[in-house]
Ligand binder design. Structure first.
Ligand SMILES: [Zn+2]
Length: 361
């Protein structure tokens, strides 16, 4: 009705009508913004079979959780059973997993600001207390709520076991971490520990892209790997390859993950992962490297810089990397532009690839 009225006024062409149109537009614009249809969920990168989350029913191979972006913005948390004893937890885009033993619970990554919700989720499937936690790597956003579990354990008269790799434990010392210290240290770069009858193998990256203490934690008999901040399942690579400190070792790390025997990947963010997600990343990286390589040949050195207006060589490399990254992103958009977060992540990722190609021959 309102839009019809606007059109009719516009057709009259009188100054008065234009004024009325402006007034009407000013009045209805905020209302229109409020009534905007929500942006639909991005399509799956791996043609997932989407299902409703369930803390009872384990996911089948190829299944993922439906409407995950919306759930993260509207629900307290998402809890999904992966196997008889292992559960996947996500709140506000951060993921961890826990394993329910016969006498207690083993929790990976006590996520910062999410401890109480993790406790609620655990209590919804078992009355057993958390007896062990694992620091997968020394990043506070993933392990920052260790204190919540330490406190709960001490209240229950339990001595909480805190497991970390040698690399993580020594890095925490080196940086003067304020978080509770690990009580049990796993040999770097390969080691394992036992929680009741479960064996957890740690495969450290001798040269890590994300950090120098990054590792794959494998619950061997469960066929589950937990590797936060590397692959965001059901999405193209997140900004700067999930906050990687370099791209130099990213491909090697991905190949190492691909070779292990597992069914489910818990990536710290994103949906529940499978080998299809690794394969999608392999294809995306191939296309990204080709696009960046081509753009490097096409973008001239000095692009975007007016050489007559600078007295420093400093802006040339950043401007060239920006231009190469933009060109590469433009060329990938027709194939990948519809996927989750593509526009926000890809220029930064292309820039990391361009910088690596610039530095290594
Ligand atoms: Zn991290």
């Amino acid at each position: 009705m309102k839009s019809l009225r606007i059109v009719r006024y516009l057709m009259t062409g009188s100054a008065q009508a234009v004024m009325v149109v402006s007034l009407v537009l000013a009045c209805i614009s905020p209302a229109l913004a409020q009534q905007a249809t929500p942006v639909p969920e991005a399509p799956s990168t791996v043609q997932a079979d989407y299902v409703e989350p369930s803390s009872m029913q384990a996911l089948k191979s190829g299944q993922k959780i439906a409407d995950l972006y919306t759930r993260n913005t509207t629900e307290d948390y998402v809890l999904q059973r992966l196997s008889q004893r292992t559960y996947w937890f996500q709140r506000q885009f951060y993921t961890t997993i826990f394993y329910v033993g016969d006498e207690g619970v083993l929790l990976f990554d006590p996520l910062r600001s999410r401890g109480e919700f993790i406790q609620k989720a655990i209590a919804s499937v078992t009355e057993l207390p958390v007896r062990s936690i694992v620091y997968t790597h020394n990043h506070a956003d993933h392990i920052g709520d260790a204190g919540v579990f330490l406190q709960a354990a001490s209240k229950a008269g339990i001595e909480l076991q805190i497991v970390a790799s040698e690399a993580t434990a020594s890095k925490m010392d080196y940086l003067g971490s304020e978080l509770p210290k690990p009580t049990d240290v796993v040999t770097w770069p390969r080691g394992s520990f036992k929680f009741e009858s479960l064996i957890v193998d740690m495969h450290g990256f001798e040269r890590g892209a994300h950090t120098d203490d990054h590792a794959i934690w494998q619950l061997a008999s469960e066929k589950i790997v937990h590797l936060p901040d590397f692959i965001n399942p059901d999405q193209p690579p997140f900004w700067r390859f999930a906050g990687s400190e370099n791209f130099v070792y990213y491909q090697d790390n991905l190949d190492q993950l691909a070779k292990l025997n597992w069914t489910y990947l818990s990536g710290g963010h994103g949906n529940v992962g499978s080998h299809a997600d690794v394969e999608f990343y392999q294809r995306f990286l191939t296309d990204l490297r080709l696009a960046v390589g081509k753009a490097r040949g096409e973008v001239e050195w000095g692009a975007g810089i007016d050489a007559s207006r600078t007295n420093a060589h400093t802006p040339f490399l950043p401007a060239w990397l920006d231009a190469v990254a933009k060109k590469a992103t433009d060329s990938l958009r027709p194939k990948y532009g519809k996927f989750y977060g593509f526009e926000a992540a890809t220029p930064a990722n292309a820039k990391m690839v361009a910088k690596m190609m610039h530095s290594y021959k």
